[in-house]
Design a protein around this ligand. Structure first.
Ligand code: 5CA
Length: 447
């Protein structure tokens, strides 16, 4: 992409309404534009980030054996009356009426709808387990939408739903999502800690929140420092195998959100030097709630003896749009964003130091074509802005590599490569630079 043809409305100053780094930087780097309280338009650069996050979430769901579908944002009130949640959900639900005065709502979550879809198509225990997911916009009329996309009213969620014949099988589905979540966040460079959590309006008794530690996080959390160093399951993990050792390992350490925190147990189980009392961002939340929806909604299958059994269900959410903010909280400095390669909207920024110079333009074009054909996402700053302005903008938008090409360097056969993560710079030939960047990006994507 050529910057001269792109839409990247960057800002030099932080807008006054933003309180935390991620919100400030998303506005400054031209990623989102507010359209109402807790409602954001995703501008091209932010949209690419969102798609990269979404794709990692999708790949790890697929790897774990979950099957993608897409449910609508608008739901019928009737469905929610079946579970009893239409009245119980309260003011957080955005209620709508259509022209025929039918009661509708903008879905805050999809337990009821997926249960309806399941019961329409599955009759026998032989068709279990089922594990379905979608990635769709939700609306919750939060009292205090804040921190930009971190607590929005309209937000993008990945939500999965499992259906099993009994509680043991359901626990295995839960363990699959547990392991998949560890991998999902690790691929984004994030250390997530599963913590015992309250279930709120979703219900059930077994629940973990996946928390990324951050000073600006909304949740107060307590955990054992050892959890930060546990090895995350690799890409070769067999999701059909026994995953209980993974969950047992993690849950053998103390980790709880404020609501589930027990100070006496914390002190008894964790040595003083390892006690972390901190703040965190909830990037995922998983629930096992048994027959809370299947019984009232009559989602049953015929068991081996022919008798109907209400299925055991769980649901598993990832805050896809919230992760955009969480990633910036984890990866930024005073100059701007510092994207990990796996989620970077573009991997490399090619910076021309002299627009209009024939040799510089030819070299930039060669760099662009070479990287692009190697499968690398390139943003080419071909604008007429001054070098200082270009450097500041590149640092602000935080692409992992900058390839800086100017007339003086070219005369010596050199270009400059800068790595945003640590600021390190190298002079090398254009060919070497292309090889170096390609290799680094491929390694980053494989990690
Ligand atoms: N049905 C269940 C699991 S699919 C559910 O809705 N769980 S949830 O309420 O915990 O939401 C799942 C994830 O969505 C949360 O962990 C959080 O990362 C994200 N999320 C929830 N509310 C918001 C919000 N207002 N803004 C941004 N992300 C949110």
């Amino acid at each position: 992409m050529r910057l001269s043809r792109y839409y990247l409305p960057t800002l030099k100053e932080s807008p006054a309404e933003a309180q935390i780094a991620s919100h400030k930087l998303m506005l400054r780097a031209g990623m989102v534009r507010q359209q109402g309280a807790g409602i954001y338009a995703w501008l091209p650069f932010g949209h690419r980030l969102l798609k990269k996050i979404e794709q990692i979430v999708r790949e790890e769901q697929d790897r774990a054996g979950a099957v993608e579908l897409l449910m609508p944002t608008i739901q019928q009130a009737e469905l929610w009356r079946e579970s009893g949640r239409y009245d119980a959900y309260g003011k957080e639900m955005l209620r709508i009426t259509d022209r025929a005065d039918r009661e509708m709502l903008f879905g805050p979550t999809n337990e009821e709808m997926i249960t309806e879809i399941f019961r329409a198509g599955v009759r026998s225990y032989k068709d279990l387990p089922q594990l379905l997911y979608h990635i769709q916009w939700k609306f919750r009329d939060e009292i205090r939408p804040r921190f930009g996309v971190m607590r929005g009213r309209e937000f993008l969620m990945k939500d999965s739903y499992s259906f099993d014949i009994d509680a043991d099988a359901a626990r295995r589905s839960y363990q699959r999502m547990f392991a998949a979540y560890l991998r999902t966040f690790a691929r984004m460079g994030l250390t997530s800690i599963p913590m015992r959590a309250d279930t709120g309006p979703i219900g059930g008794d077994l629940s973990h929140e996946f928390i990324v530690l951050a000073e600006t996080g909304e949740s107060a959390v307590f955990c054992d420092r050892q959890l930060l160093d546990l090895e995350v399951p690799g890409a070769d993990l067999d999701f059909q195998g026994d995953l209980s050792p993974i969950m047992d390992r993690y849950t053998s350490y103390y980790a709880a959100t404020e609501e589930k925190h027990d100070p006496a147990e914390f002190e008894a189980r964790v040595i003083e030097g390892d006690r972390i009392a901190a703040r965190g961002i909830e990037v995922g939340h998983i629930f096992f709630f048994g027959d809370k929806y299947s019984t009232p909604m009559n989602a049953v299958v015929a068991g081996p003896d022919g008798k109907d059994i209400a299925v055991q269900m769980g649901s598993y959410g990832v805050g896809v749009s919230r992760l955009a903010g969480a990633l910036i909280e984890a990866f930024h400095d005073d100059a701007g964003c510092k994207w990990p390669i796996s989620v970077a909207p573009y991997h490399v920024g090619v910076v021309s130091l002299k627009a209009g110079d024939e040799a510089v333009e030819a070299a930039c074009q060669k760099a662009y074509d070479g990287l692009h054909s190697a499968g690398i996402d390139v943003l080419y700053d071909d604008t007429k802005a001054r070098p200082g302005e270009k450097f500041a903008r590149m640092d602000l938008i935080g692409l992992p590599f900058q390839l800086i090409i100017g007339p003086r360097g070219l005369a010596d056969g050199k270009v400059e490569v800068k790595r945003r993560a640590d600021g390190e710079r190298w002079d090398m030939s254009l060919e070497q630079a292309l090889d170096f960047i390609s290799a680094e990006v491929k390694a980053g994507l494989a990690a």
